[in-house]
Design a protein around this ligand. Sequence first.
Ligand SMILES: Cc1cc2nc3c(=O)[nH]c(=O)nc-3n(C[C@H](O)[C@H](O)[C@H](O)COP(=O)(O)O)c2cc1C
Length: 211
Amino acid sequence: MKKLTFLGICIFLTVTGFAQDIITLSAPHMDGGMPLMKALKNRQTSREFADKKLTDQQLADLLWAANGINRPESKKRTAPSAMNYQEVDIYVSTALGLYLYNAEKNSLTEILKEDIRAKTGIQEFVKNAGANLIFVADYSRMTKSDEKTKEAYAMADAAFISENVYLFCASEGLATGVRAYIDKEMLGKIMKLTPDQHIMLGQAVGFPKGK
Ligand SMILES: Cc1cc2nc3c(=O)[nH]c(=O)nc-3n(C[C@H](O)[C@H](O)[C@H](O)COP(=O)(O)O)c2cc1C
């Protein structure tokens, strides 16, 4: 048993012959927040972050707002997805490691035990954000579409998730900035992505500098 203070319960699971850490997230708060029109008024891109990590609750709420399940009966999400492919996964890079968000289980699966935040984008500021989200589309889930359509759908679906993150951050008083400026080949190798997995966008999330 390993303890990760920032996220709660941690258990070991044996999957396909190797152990992976699964971290159960706090139950997301699905009510409250800022009125929508005020959040829209405050939405903006930030590129300066304080050296401070998100709380357990903020991370859980952020991920649910981004692309959590809001209709359990159909397993549909807070963000729309073309043909309901749900092909975009959210990877979360923090000071402690790289994790994959599992919306159904409300958990994070540990992918790497290292801090790769600096490598999630080409700009200097990415290393300072408490969490860097990486939106990765798995084209193997888009079974009824040709390659060009897959790319268009995946980018649109990632952008919807990104806007959810923008609005959550505006409501929560957090700083955020979406990013296409990524060395995708290098990052894909570090993240051990398969040939079907494509990095769409990154998004830095953290506390505003000076707050
Ligand atoms: C698809 C997309 C990609 C972007 N990529 C980057 C990026 O790589 N780096 C960056 O600093 N900002 C990036 N931005 C943020 C834009 O520069 C920003 O949205 C724009 O300047 C308008 O500012 P605002 O978001 O505060 O309204 C991106 C925005 C979008 C929509």
